[in-house]
Write a protein that binds this ligand. Structure first.
Ligand SMILES: C[S@@+](CC[C@H](N)C(=O)[O-])C[C@H]1O[C@@H](n2cnc3c(N)ncnc32)[C@H](O)[C@@H]1O
Length: 257
């Protein structure tokens, strides 16, 4: 895959993650070092939300795997998992963790909107702040559908739409609405570390997109910071206090019909 063949936003995000990824290496290592599956910035335990299906001997793919700690949790439970990421440095970090923690599974460099794997290869597609944030939903959701078998499950975590609407121009979450909802879709920004693009939709558009691609929505789980959660220095744009009162993140669970 040549960066010049990527859409503009994917090429920018690919470059950005070579920088961001350095800052997140220790987080990745700490996540690899635990066996407990947890979700998002405030580490909400999977046991509290129960969004994942049985994993033993399932075929799973993580779209935008980064350091691939989420994939490692699936692999340790017996899933045959494949991690996909557009950034070669992130995949190198993931390979380093595979060696460090003695757990191997395939890692593929690809745009999660266009993965060169056969149709119907997987029972489960997951994304934790991967494709679910950095890819165009009108491209990666159809791709996830193509990769899943009928009956397969798509499970993804993103920031809540409420959080996005309360994010100011610098991305810091306020206790007031900072932007209108109509037109919410592609958000471009430039910071000290480079140019990035996120994609965010309103709930109505997510419902239409998932239904339009032949998914039945099974759950929408709103995540709050657990009692006693500390601020996460890597993602300090939202405080635990805010996330106690409002859902900072949400997990969608949708089944391919
Ligand atoms: C927050 S990180 C990964 C999440 C993972 N749970 C972790 O923290 O290691 C986001 C990842 O999405 C990847 N990414 C961004 N755009 C992508 C694209 N178009 N296709 C695949 N991966 C992409 C980045 O390279 C980065 O590794």
């Amino acid at each position: 895959m040549k960066p010049s063949e990527l859409p503009d936003y994917a090429a920018h995000n690919r470059a950005l993650w070579s920088v961001y990824g350095r800052d997140q290496e220790e987080w990745g290592r700490a996540q690899w070092a635990t066996d407990d599956i947890c979700w998002g910035i405030f580490r909400v335990p999977e046991n509290d939300v129960n969004v994942l299906p049985g994993l033993y001997e399932t075929d799973a793919i993580e779209l935008g795997c980064g350091t691939a700690y989420f994939s490692s949790w699936l692999a340790r439970r017996g899933a045959r998992v494949v991690g996909v990421d557009v950034n070669p440095d992130q995949l190198e970090r993931a390979r380093g963790f595979q060696r460090e923690f003695e757990l191997e599974f395939p890692l593929i460099e690809a745009n999660a909107e266009d993965v060169e794997l056969p149709d119907g290869s997987f029972d489960l597609a997951v994304s934790e702040y991967g494709a679910s944030t950095w890819c165009d939903p009108y491209k990666w959701v159809p791709e996830a559908k193509r990769l899943l078998r009928p009956g397969g499950l798509l499970v993804f975590l993103r920031n809540s739409t409420l959080l996005v609407l309360c994010s100011d121009a610098k991305g810091v979450v306020q206790e007031r609405l900072e932007r209108p909802q109509p037109g919410l879709y592609r958000i471009d920004w430039v910071d000290d570390e480079g140019e990035g693009t996120e994609f965010q939709l309103s709930h109505g558009h997510w419902v239409d997109l998932l239904h339009g691609n032949g998914f039945a929505i099974e759950r929408l789980v709103e995540l709050y910071a657990p009692e006693g959660a500390a601020a996460n220095p890597l993602w300090d744009f939202v405080s635990p206090e805010w996330a106690h009162s409002w859902p900072a993140e949400e997990i969608w669970v949708a089944r391919k019909l």
